[in-house]
Design a protein around this ligand. Structure first.
Ligand SMILES: Cc1cc2nc3c(=O)[nH]c(=O)nc-3n(C[C@H](O)[C@H](O)[C@H](O)COP(=O)(O)O)c2cc1C
Length: 214
């Protein structure tokens, strides 16, 4: 039985697929080190190599480098998030701390990429069941595109995270960034250099991962 890899920092980055797969971590705090444009472009190209149903490539990426844009987006999203936190019955101090941290996650990293679902090139089916499956496949493939992006960023010597917040307020994100209505924001990916070594979360061993082998 192959043991689950130890959650320790890898010796290298990107020298091998395995190093990238096991070394990448979700980073939530960034230094102010700049990110070269080429790193972002390479990562988006890597995302584009992900598999997708009949190669529909149902993804588009929006790069937000402007600090003013990121601040405006953070403010717009915070308004909606505040409403949700109050609805959940969170106390005032918790609401304020969470809003502040949420804003920092967009304003601290030098670049944020918004991964959007793009459904215009999907196949059309006459029945709802198959159409729904087509959309599910598109969402699955967007996930694989984001993973490619994260691995590429990591292999380039930078770090990234994954924020699902746009899923809960796609219209606000679209409006704040002036996006085309065909783009459905699904994830925000902050990119930069980790402010500190990120937490390395352990993974399940192989015998737990394989539910059955017949
Ligand atoms: C679909 C998806 C949504 C996620 N959303 C968030 C998020 O909103 N905020 C966050 O801090 N991490 C988010 N993550 C990152 C996970 O928390 C992280 O991948 C997991 O804890 C494992 O840690 P690792 O990526 O460092 O190995 C998300 C990951 C996925 C795949």
């Amino acid at each position: 039985m192959i043991e689950a890899p130890e959650p320790t920092p890898p010796a290298d980055r990107g020298d091998s697929l395995s190093a990238a797969l096991t070394g990448r971590r979700s980073v939530r705090a960034f230094s102010n080190a700049p990110v070269p444009r080429s790193v972002v472009e390479r990562a988006i190209l890597a995302a584009g190599w992900a598999p997708s149903p009949h190669n529909s490539q149902p993804w588009r990426f929006v790069v937000i480098e402007s600090a003013a844009r990121r601040r405006a987006l953070a403010d717009a999203m915070a308004t909606d998030w505040e409403r949700q936190l109050r609805f959940d019955g969170q106390d005032e101090a918790t609401v304020q701390i969470r809003l502040q941290k949420g804003k920092e996650r967009l304003t601290q990293p030098p670049v944020v990429v918004v991964a959007c679902l793009y459904l215009a090139d999907l196949d059309d089916y006459p029945d709802a069941g198959r159409q729904e499956a087509e959309v599910t496949m598109a969402i699955q493939s967007l996930g694989s595109a984001v993973q490619n992006l994260l691995l590429s960023v990591y292999a380039s010597g930078f770090d990234a995270g994954w924020m699902c917040a746009p899923l809960f307020c796609p219209d606000i994100v679209r409006q704040s960034l002036g996006l085309d209505p065909t783009l459905i924001p699904h994830a925000m990916i902050p990119i930069g250099k980790a402010a500190r070594d990120p937490v390395r979360k352990p993974r399940r061993p192989l015998e737990e991962l394989i539910a059955d082998w017949q």
